[in-house]
Design a binder for this molecule. Structure first.
Ligand SMILES: [Zn+2]
Length: 317
């Protein structure tokens, strides 16, 4: 992980302020060395609630993909964590580097606060994550430290290299989280978690298979309220935006806010229609047909293979 000094210092400052442990914050010798020196936090004691960890490549991916279902889990007292494997420092058309990483950390912290979940942003440059052994160790440790029952990420075939390699790294950790002498500084998990993929539109090599569809109609408003904290990405258009999207004029800003709220809502409405049959299968004809907003997940072949009974416990809504 090569570093531009300014970026490292600024993202580190944000991490410290937020009380987060970033993968590379303990030294410049690389994360393996650094993390080996740092005392590994003990995994949290079990309180009978589920522990779910979502991995996305950028500070918005886990948020979009976790959105409504995370609120549903959080409201039942289950523990949800969003992780961004990069700091998002090139994800804007106008600004980049440390200031952007800091801004995006603040945005996802606000999303997390509104959803009632935990968030962590790794200090790896946006556009540069690779499926390396060092990064496999970082992901393995994060899954263990969260004592995860369920691990969720995107599928590995995706337009963005950071998305592809994040998915690859999570899959590379799917077995290693149970192996005691891989990263022996953090206790291995006794039970291999269930690994799930979020839905996508990619067709090659295989289209997404909706093993589980979740009705999020009842939490769509708080979901939109939470996601709209990410102004740099949503209102301003992120890396492909431009200055005209979110002008200073208050009336124009209000209009843009309403427009992006509507288009976000349509995204989850589209998923309800695309995965309608899976909704009907899960909830029955009446609720399955009525659901206005949804999310869907595919069970990864690696990790624990859940029975139908266990799936009901993992998705108790
Ligand atoms: Zn992304």
């Amino acid at each position: 992980m090569k570093k531009i000094a300014g970026v490292s210092v600024l993202t580190l400052a944000a991490a410290c302020a937020a009380g987060f442990v970033m993968g590379s914050m303990h030294g410049r010798g690389g994360p393996e060395v650094a993390l080996a020196k740092a005392p590994a936090p003990a995994p949290p004691a079990s309180d009978g609630k589920l522990r779910i960890i979502f991995f996305g490549a950028h500070p918005d991916d886990a948020e979009y993909r976790g959105a409504g279902v995370a609120i549903k889990w959080a409201r039942l007292g289950h523990h949800v964590k969003f992780v961004s494997t990069t700091n998002g420092d090139i994800g804007h058309w106008q600004m980049a580097g440390g200031p952007l990483a800091l801004r995006r950390i603040k945005e996802v912290e606000e999303v997390a606060r509104r959803m009632g979940v935990t968030v962590e942003v790794l200090d790896i440059h946006d556009g540069e994550i690779m499926p390396t052994l060092e990064n496999r160790r970082i992901i393995t440790r994060l899954i263990r430290q969260w004592n995860a029952d369920v691990v969720i990420t995107n599928r590995p075939n995706d337009y963005h290299p950071d998305h592809r390699y994040t998915s690859m790294l999570v899959q590379d950790s799917a077995y290693m989280v149970t192996v005691p002498f891989f990263c022996p500084d953090v206790p291995p998990l006794k039970n291999n978690p269930v690994f799930l993929f979020t839905s996508d539109r990619f067709q090659i090599p295989t289209p997404f298979r909706p093993d589980i569809a979740v009705d999020i109609s009842d939490v769509i408003e708080p979901t939109l309220d939470a996601l709209l904290a990410m102004e740099s990405q949503i209102h301003e258009g992120g890396a492909n935006g431009h200055g005209g999207l979110f002008p200073a004029d208050p009336a124009a800003r209000k209009q843009r806010h309403e427009q992006v709220r509507k288009s976000l809502s349509q995204r989850y409405a589209g998923l309800a229609n695309t995965y309608r049959e899976a909704l009907v299968k899960r909830y029955g004809e009446e609720r399955g047909r009525k659901a206005t907003h949804a999310q869907a997940f595919e069970i990864c072949e690696y990790g624990r293979q859940p029975s139908a009974e266990e799936l009901k416990k993992i998705f108790p809504f």
